[in-house]
Design a protein around this ligand. Structure first.
Ligand SMILES: Cc1cc2nc3c(=O)[nH]c(=O)nc-3n(C[C@H](O)[C@H](O)[C@H](O)COP(=O)(O)OP(=O)(O)OC[C@H]3O[C@@H](n4cnc5c(N)ncnc54)[C@H](O)[C@@H]3O)c2cc1C
Length: 204
């Protein structure tokens, strides 16, 4: 799994403060300390629309379709995902959950790999028999890896962070969000400050 930063707003926190100060016509020469205080205060009072002026795009690879299906539920973000209609899955990679990889019965892991192997063979057989990839994909499991580019503004990244770094979120999505948040914290430590404890260098 990898989250690669493709693009992020230049000087995002300066921009957010500049936009926010417009509301009060209180523009001034900011310092790192005044930026921190301004952003902290606006977030505390719920004046979060100012965070929408900054955004970030990530290319996400090596994750399952199970994860991307959850990701695209976040409606305020924008997505471009590898198509299973136009890209043949002739040699698909797949994600294996630890609960299967480390299962006390080694047989479970072996059967899982065997299932993926058989599925790959059957998929290729369908395509080689003239079935279109858009129909052959019906046999593909949720575990198949996908690639997706996602763009969201900082308010939405905070919302996704809240939901997907929570202990109730799925482990794969949590791992992905740790990587994304680690990067966002470098560029906007005050906006994403609340996630600092959740994320550390092990994340990437
Ligand atoms: C632990 C967990 C378990 C889940 N389980 C399931 C499940 O079993 N089945 C399932 O279907 N989904 C499930 N979901 C998905 C969940 O219901 C949401 O669809 C998903 O988390 C996106 O959240 P959101 O709607 O807040 O975010 P976004 O779509 O990114 O929206 C961000 C915010 O914008 C506002 N907003 C966006 N669109 C609207 C709108 N149309 N009307 C009003 N306000 C809007 C809301 O304030 C929203 O919080 C689960 C999510 C989590 C985190």
């Amino acid at each position: 799994m990898k989250a690669e930063l493709l693009s992020i707003t230049n000087y995002p926190e300066e921009l957010i403060v500049k936009a926010g100060r417009t509301c009060y016509l209180s523009e001034k020469k900011d310092t790192p300390e005044s930026i921190k205080l301004f952003i902290k205060s606006r977030i505390k009072e719920g004046h979060e629309s100012i965070l929408e002026h900054a955004s970030a795009s990530f290319r996400i690879t090596g994750v399952s379709r199970a994860l991307t299906h959850q990701l695209v539920r976040h409606r305020l973000a924008s997505f471009s995902q590898q198509s299973q209609r136009y890209v043949k899955e002739s040699t698909f990679d797949f994600v294996t959950p630890d609960s299967i990889k480390d299962h006390e019965s080694k047989n479970i892991y072996w059967q899982y790999r065997n299932f993926m192997d058989q599925t790959q063979k059957f998929y290729n057989y369908l395509v080689d028999s003239g079935v279109k990839p858009e129909d052959a994909r019906f046999v593909l499991p949720n575990a198949v890896c996908s690639e997706i580019v996602v763009t969201a503004n900082f308010r939405e990244w905070k919302r996704i962070g809240h939901l997907r770094l929570d202990s109730h979120a799925q482990w794969e999505f949590r791992d992905l969000m740790k990587q994304i948040m680690y990067i966002l914290l470098i560029y906007a430590p005050n906006v994403f400050a609340e996630f600092k404890e959740e994320v550390n260098e092990e994340a990437i």
